[in-house]
Ligand binder design. Structure first.
Ligand code: HEM
Length: 207
């Protein structure tokens, strides 16, 4: 499919609508929630994590279903994930802590789940900043890919943040963790396969 074609634009429009939908899904019920601030804070964090995971689904899906075109839409998913996490952080700073910087810094230093969340957020910033084609050209594909491999630490860190937040009943964290484990394991397997293919080609050349 040609870039910029009507079909491509329609897909982007549908994607934007679908990726923006969690915002009203979180905000509208928050109006009548028992604790609206907690509802917004948690809802935005959860959608941030879900979209980070969706970003990890795209490469294996493109390869398994032979749909390389999917890779084109990965950046948009990643940028929406980043946006939800920025809004999650903002809802913590503004709604939950009322800009009490002293308490926020104490939280970051003393509550491990906040420390890890903050670490994951800071590591996401260089990925968002370098997500443009211009930055890809400037960094070169090798360095760019290496930098963006940070996502393989960020997503598990997001999960640990979620895990540590609750003391008991980790059922949903286990489900998210299993999905993340499968997606990361696929990458390890894929790299192993690629290395095997390279070895076989080198052996064939040498013989
Ligand atoms: C990659 C970064 C992050 C991800 C993926 C993430 C994800 C999440 C998730 C999934 C939840 C639980 C939602 C639920 O209960 O349904 C959550 C809760 C929370 N997160 Fe994050 N988060 C991130 C960064 C941060 C940062 C930077 C902060 C603040 C400095 C933060 C503060 C909180 C707080 C205060 C809660 C709610 C805790 C509570 O209600 O007891 N998060 N986050």
């Amino acid at each position: 499919m040609a870039k910029g074609s009507i079909k491509d634009r329609l897909i982007y429009a549908a994607m934007w609508l679908a990726l923006a939908a969690p915002l009203p899904i979180v905000l509208v019920p928050a109006l009548t929630a028992f604790n609206p601030i907690e509802y917004i804070l948690r809802g935005l964090g959860l959608w941030g994590l879900r979209l980070l995971i969706l970003g990890l689904v795209i490469t294996p899906a493109a390869r398994i279903f032979n749909l390389p075109v999917l890779i084109r839409y990965r950046r948009t998913v990643g940028l929406f994930a980043f946006t939800y996490i920025v809004l999650h952080l903002l809802s913590y700073v503004v709604l939950d802590q009322f800009f009490d910087w002293n308490r926020i810094f104490q939280d970051i230093l003393k509550r491990p789940f906040i420390t890890i969340g903050m670490g994951a957020f800071l590591a996401l910033i260089p990925l968002a900043v370098t997500s443009t084609n211009g930055m890809l050209r400037r960094l070169g594909p090798v360095l760019w890919k290496r930098l963006h491999s940070l996502i393989y630490l960020i997503v598990p860190a997001g999960l640990v943040h979620y895990w540590l937040m609750v003391k008991a009943d980790h059922d949903s964290q286990i489900v998210y963790g299993a999905i993340i484990a499968v997606l990361l394991a696929w990458r390890v397997w894929d790299r192993f396969q690629a290395a095997q293919r390279r070895k076989a080609r080198a052996a064939a050349k040498a013989s």
